[in-house]
Design a binder for this molecule. Structure first.
Ligand SMILES: NC(=O)c1ccc[n+]([C@@H]2O[C@H](COP(=O)([O-])OP(=O)(O)OC[C@H]3O[C@@H](n4cnc5c(N)ncnc54)[C@H](OP(=O)(O)O)[C@@H]3O)[C@@H](O)[C@H]2O)c1
Length: 217
């Protein structure tokens, strides 16, 4: 497949590019700073573009079978008050997808993007108010935008819990349509498993217009 990767310089994006190349895909890494991607491969093209400017994305999305995004906005003091990174970038990317006539868009989000009173105390009363609330809220708004305003886009929201840099065990990646993967044990997800799940999803065509919680098995 021809795959464009956004956020290819981040820790998940790097794993996604590696896994995609190992599977034999043609990969276009769309980055803001090409110097950050030092790996070279005959099937890897690294291009510079601005994710908030559809005009700069369109030439690199044209002809792709799927666009996979590992974009993320690192937490800052400002992000305690408001985050619009996910909706702003998604709107620009969708505009570019439409102009480039690409329908498949698979992106990273997270567990617990929507408020649910039955979610764990730590999530609703510690993690969200003190640390990640605005980021999770804006990821949920991005998912709502895709669901309600983009009926033409075959999106999959891939929702991991806490990410790790551990090696994959190679076991099947746990997945469940919803806010989280039901489990009695604490579930985390290594970034390589996120990459495996995103590529399995692109290759199979599964989970179109769905939000899939995942975890390392
Ligand atoms: N950390 C966790 O435990 C966790 C859990 C669940 C979900 N997530 C979500 O998973 C995703 C990936 O997380 P991660 O920790 O692997 O990666 P990350 O550190 O969030 O990586 C961010 C990527 O986005 C790019 N980026 C950020 N702002 C950009 C901008 N204005 N223009 C262009 N590119 C921009 C970065 O490019 P540069 O390299 O140029 O900065 C980098 O490639 C994020 O959305 C994160 O919120 C994280």
């Amino acid at each position: 497949m021809k795959i464009a990767v956004l956020g290819a310089t981040g820790p998940s994006g790097i794993q996604l590019v590696k896994e995609a190349l190992q599977r034999g895909h043609d990969v276009t890494a769309i980055v803001r700073n090409p110097d950050k991607l030092t790996d070279r491969h005959e099937k890897l093209k690294v291009v510079k573009a601005n994710i908030f400017d559809p005009d700069s994305l369109v030439p690199h999305l044209t002809g792709q079978d799927a666009v996979l995004s590992c974009l993320g906005c690192p937490p800052s003091w400002f992000s305690l008050w408001t985050v619009t990174f996910y909706t702003d970038s998604a709107k620009s990317i969708v505009t570019a997808l439409r102009r480039a006539d690409v329908k498949r868009f698979i992106f990273m989000s997270a567990w617990y993007t929507k408020y649910n009173s039955s979610d764990p105390f730590m999530i609703n009363w510690v993690l969200k108010p003190l640390f990640l609330g605005q980021s999770l809220k804006n990821m949920g708004e991005m998912e709502d935008y895709l669901e309600t305003e983009c009926p033409d886009i075959e999106y999959t929201s891939v929702r991991p819990p806490q990410l790790t840099n551990a090696e994959t065990t190679g076991a099947s990646v746990l997945h469940h349509e919803g806010q989280r993967v039901p489990s009695d044990k604490r579930v985390v997800c290594c970034r390589r498993d996120v990459a495996r799940f995103m590529l399995d999803t692109a290759e199979s065509g599964n989970f179109k217009r769905k939000c899939m919680a995942i975890g390392s098995g």
